[in-house]
Design a binder for this molecule. Structure first.
Ligand code: SF4
Length: 204
């Protein structure tokens, strides 16, 4: 991950934020509501976003880093058993431990009503279209990469064989085929146009 790649991501986030702002200003979201972080089901990220987050984790104090790595491992195990669990980066006070580098999936979500069980986020269809365009841009700037649930992507990035290929610009999907298939990981250059494969929020 070069500074150039990091800047590219931030530019995509900033453009989406600017274009979606007129709609998002109608959001009912309030500080301390972590509904999306607890009940989203999956939080998608590209490998490039995962690298930025991995760098942020590496810069945490040792005890925090170990704690977050432990939560990530536990979350992967729980998801593999079919449980929906809260994001490992959600802190006890319901704030995000990696807020400045959170993935696009977290940036795009808001809701026009206060969410609760049975009433998931509801947002404007115009913002859904803007988000699809941003996801397309994210995967285009990571053509040798992958997309999937955040902790699975972070797990892939800790696998030395995968890292060695990916970080040197290689593209060898066979190296992650078994994990990718069983964990619904998509190849960026082959993803459908309609955004991340995860369940989208409802539109109005
Ligand atoms: S990364 Fe942060 S904002 Fe995104 S789901 Fe996790 S805690 Fe919430």
């Amino acid at each position: 991950m070069t500074d150039h790649h990091h800047r590219q991501l931030m530019q995509i986030y900033a453009r989406f934020q600017a274009e979606a702002k007129p709609f998002m200003s109608a959001a009912a979201c309030a500080e301390g509501c972590a509904y999306c972080c607890r009940a989203a089901g999956r939080i998608d990220a590209t490998t490039q976003e995962g690298l930025v987050i991995q760098t942020a984790i590496a810069q945490l104090p040792k005890s925090q880093r170990r704690a977050v790595e432990k939560r990530l491992r536990r979350e992967v195990r729980q998801r593999e058993q079919g449980h929906i669990v809260a994001c490992p980066f959600l802190q006890k006070n319901d704030t995000c431990q990696i807020y400045p580098v959170r993935p696009f999936s977290c940036r795009r979500v808001y809701s026009l009503h206060r969410c609760r069980e049975g009433a998931p986020p509801r947002l404007h269809r115009q913002v859904m279209a803007l988000a699809d365009a941003a996801i397309e841009a994210l995967r285009q700037c990571d053509p040798n990469g992958y997309s999937g649930h955040l902790s699975y992507i972070l797990h892939m990035l800790t696998e030395q064989r995968f890292r060695d290929i990916y970080l040197t610009g290689g593209f060898a999907p066979e190296a992650v085929m078994a994990f990718g298939r069983s964990h619904q990981i998509s190849i960026n250059r082959k993803m459908p146009v309609a955004g991340f494969p995860g369940r989208p929020p409802k539109e109005v």
